[in-house]
Design a protein around this ligand. Structure first.
Ligand code: ATP
Ligand code: MG
Length: 252
């Protein structure tokens, strides 16, 4: 059974892309067949995987508007078992052009359908907005992982996100669940980080993953080399924490 998981939070810079790239890489390292889908016009995931964007023949945009099939778009990566559907800035056009198209929220689901049984996991990196692209990601997914940055404003806006997930569940995708909340950029030395974890645990109980992703410079450096952190520095705290997150997710 394929599990399709969206990594989403409409707040910017909370670690969605870092989580999508490194979770996908760690799952592949654990011998799973994984497809990483870049569903953000910033295309940070595509860059972080070392893909030369100007050289792309087709990207998710062409796939979503029906100009290209997914088989022509799967890029192999440096990790065995990990493939990528890349994006570029063209994806901005999708929101505007689809404004009044029929079943516009189901485009990604239909695009992924031909290959979905070829993978154990499909990991979708969402943009920082509750936009049509995010709606497509939620409609296509079995589950959502919410990265939560351990900073003061972390919990603000979470209600809106949970509300959107509930609405998509009611309208388009009965089986959608929240897989869990992943605390990112955790700094054990500050009370603030601990307070965010305490607040999140109080509201969401067991939904908060036990693994916390620490603030670690290797996680921030790895994308500039076009590598997931396990290939950039596998002994770093960042690499170890995403490995344990992948293991925890497999158990959940
Ligand atoms: P956006 O909303 O723009 O898509 P995002 O939620 O995808 O952002 P990232 O791009 O993953 O967030 O992270 C934001 C910045 O923080 C990046 O520069 C990234 O390298 C850095 N970063 C993410 N997680 C960590 C971490 N655990 N330790 C150190 N730096 C991190
Ligand atoms: Mg991102």
């Amino acid at each position: 059974m394929t599990q399709i998981i969206s990594i989403a939070n409409q707040k910017g810079g909370v670690g969605k892309t870092t989580t999508a790239v490194n979770l996908a890489a760690c799952l592949a390292k654990l011998k799973k067949k994984v497809l990483l889908v870049d569903c953000d016009s910033q295309a940070n995931t595509t860059t972080a995987m070392g893909v030369d964007k100007p050289a792309l023949k087709a990207s998710l945009y062409e796939g979503l508007i029906g100009d290209a099939g997914i088989e022509d778009m799967l890029l192999p990566t440096m990790l065995q078992g990990l493939n990528l559907v890349p994006a570029n800035v063209d994806l901005i056009g999708f929101e505007v052009e689809m404004m009044s198209a029929p079943r516009r929220e189901a485009r990604l689901k239909e695009f992924l359908f031909p290959v979905s049984d070829k993978f154990d996991f499909i990991i979708i990196d969402c943009p920082p907005a509750l936009s049509l692209l995010t709606l497509n990601a939620f409609s296509a997914s079995h589950a959502v992982v919410i990265p939560l940055q351990s900073e003061f404003f972390a919990l603000e806006g979470l209600g809106q996100l949970l509300d959107t997930i509930k609405r998509v569940k009611n309208a388009f995708n009965k089986s959608l669940i929240i897989k869990g909340i992943l605390v990112t950029m955790f700094d054990r030395r500050t009370n603030l980080s601990q307070n965010v974890v305490d607040d999140a645990s109080q509201y969401f109980n067991d939904l908060v993953f036990k693994t916390k992703i620490p603030r670690n410079v290797k996680l921030a450096e790895a994308p500039s080399y076009g590598l997931p952190v396990i290939l950039y520095d596998k002994t770093s705290p960042g690499a170890k924490s995403y490995m344990s997150f992948a293991r925890e997710l497999l158990k959940r």
